[in-house]
Design a protein around this ligand. Structure first.
Ligand SMILES: *Cc1c(COP(=O)(O)O)cnc(C)c1O
Length: 477
């Protein structure tokens, strides 16, 4: 045996046994907090890691205390899961950060539905079986002007279900300018294929005319599809057929028009000083027989997909066995109902609906907040960073109003050292018990404060106070 292999074997022998680590004061506490089985598993993992490090040439075997500490880190990382974080990216409806934050009324309703039995599919008037959709049908019809409505898991499911119900084994006609991809693998051609419909593309990328649709319609056509180009715009030499004209073309051929609005909105956002996004009521009035839209985009509710429109078509959709597979649970139904109820009182909507409150937040207000926080943050980050208040632009996110930005203000953090220091800062902020997520641009970390409620300022500062600034400064170049 070579000298090296001998030393490797002897250092591997020096690795503590699981029982020895379990007996430490630290591990006793971990067992109380997390339980014996998870603690033992984490200690095993810590020992495995140490063994691999020794094999890879590490010289010192860790002590029992060091192994227990490593086990604690592993356990905490494991239990952290979906913990709250500060979304300071400047993207309000950030798909990767869970999109809309719910209104208090929606949270209360969901909690009550979790804790108690509810009349989910039970008619309280006559004590007979009821329908899950009954809770939302009247509200959705009132808010959109549609005849009937149903709700499923998300808008992708809504589109899939409409296509599959109305055009299984048949053709669906769609403009080449509207074959969208939404982040996270929603691609219209793929959804159409999975729905069992044959996609018939008409027009070109930039121009589609009424005659293109008319020429494509035949006995094999199941529906005409119009898709809101949520996350991009085609500009320049363009032409498309408006929903009203397209509805007439589809009607004349005896096939329904399905209008996928994507985000859609239940109120005219220009009323609150935001850019116009098509409202669902407008899309219904323009004659689409079915309109689909998301629950957790501009609407500001939980993840859901709404289908509103023609009563006979909604009834057909509800009979599709896929509907059962795509349905929504009582938690979300309760939260959706409470969110929709807020829309019945548009005057107070911007106060009560976090999505709208945050989107309409005044730039001066955000800037004042940045000035309030700047001294504490600068002090906390120390000499390795310069912290200024800077202007920036927030985005709506989730493909809604893609070209529209909102003037905002940020804490602008620049490292005195190089780019590595900035990356390390980003990683350290993400590793906090309540992570802080910013956006890196032009060699600086922007913490856009639009989404930081005033009531959360002290939480933000106490999160920062847990920052491992020694680590940041010590390793700074
Ligand atoms: C966002 C979007 C979808 C997908 O909606 P989800 O609720 O994310 O499933 C579908 N179509 C359009 C036009 C969209 O903007």
């Amino acid at each position: 045996m070579s000298a090296m292999a001998e030393s490797e074997v002897s250092s591997l022998r020096r690795l503590p046994a699981v029982a020895a680590v379990l007996a430490t004061a630290e591990a006793v506490l971990l067992q109380q907090r997390h339980g014996r089985v998870p603690t033992t598993r984490a200690i095993r993992q810590a020992i495995d890691e140490a063994r691999q490090a020794l094999r890879a040439g590490s010289v010192a075997a860790p002590s029992v205390t060091e192994l227990a500490q490593r086990a604690q880190t592993l356990l905490e990382a494991h239990t952290a899961g979906l913990r709250p974080l500060f979304n300071l990216t400047g993207t309000v409806l950030h798909t990767n950060l869970g999109r809309a934050v719910l209104a208090e009324a929606a949270i209360d309703a969901a909690v009550a539905a979790m804790r108690h039995a509810v009349a989910l599919e039970y008619d309280l008037d006559d004590g007979a079986r009821g329908e899950r959709d009954d809770h939302l049908r009247a509200l959705l019809c009132e808010l959109t002007g549609a005849e009937d409505a149903t709700v499923v898991n998300n808008n992708a499911a809504a589109v899939l279900l409409c296509l599959n119900t109305l055009a299984l084994g048949r053709e669906a006609v769609v403009s080449r300018g509207e074959l969208i991809e939404i982040g996270g693998a929603f691609r219209m051609p793929d959804i159409m294929a999975r729905a069992g419909v044959r996609m018939v593309e008409v027009g070109t990328t930039n121009r589609t005319h009424a005659a293109d649709y008319r020429d494509a319609l035949n006995e094999g056509t199941g529906l005409v599809l119009k898709v809101h180009t949520s996350n991009y715009r085609i500009q320049g030499f363009t032409a498309d057929v408006g929903a009203r004209e397209l509805a007439a073309i589809a009607d004349a051929a005896g096939v329904p028009l399905l209008n996928d609005l994507g985000s859609g909105s239940l109120v005219d956002l220009s009323r609150y000083g935001l850019a116009k996004e098509p409202t669902v009521r407008q899309a219904v009035a323009e004659g689409a027989r079915l309109v689909t839209f998301s629950g957790d985009k501009l609407l500001g509710g939980p993840q859901a997909g709404f289908i509103v429109g023609d009563r006979a078509l909604i009834a057909q959709i509800n009979r599709n066995p896929l509907k059962r597979a795509l349905r929504v649970d009582k938690l979300r139904l309760a939260a959706i109902e409470a969110t929709l109820n807020l829309y019945c009182d548009p005057d107070r909507l911007a106060e009560r609906l976090p999505t709208l409150r945050v989107l309409t937040r005044d730039r001066d207000d955000i800037e004042a907040q940045a000035h309030r926080l700047q001294p504490t943050v600068a002090k906390r980050l120390g000499d390795a960073f310069v912290v200024d208040v800077g202007a920036c632009f927030s985005q709506v996110g989730s493909g809604a109003l893609p070209l529209d930005t909102l003037a905002s203000a940020a804490l602008l953090i620049r490292p005195r050292g190089g780019q590595r220091a900035l990356e390390r800062l980003g990683a350290t902020l993400r590793a906090l018990p309540r992570p802080i997520i910013g956006r890196v641009a032009d060699g600086a970390l922007y913490l856009d404060l639009r989404c930081l409620a005033e009531a959360e300022e002290s939480l933000f500062l106490s999160a920062l106070s847990q920052l491992d600034t020694d680590g940041l400064a010590a390793r700074a170049p």
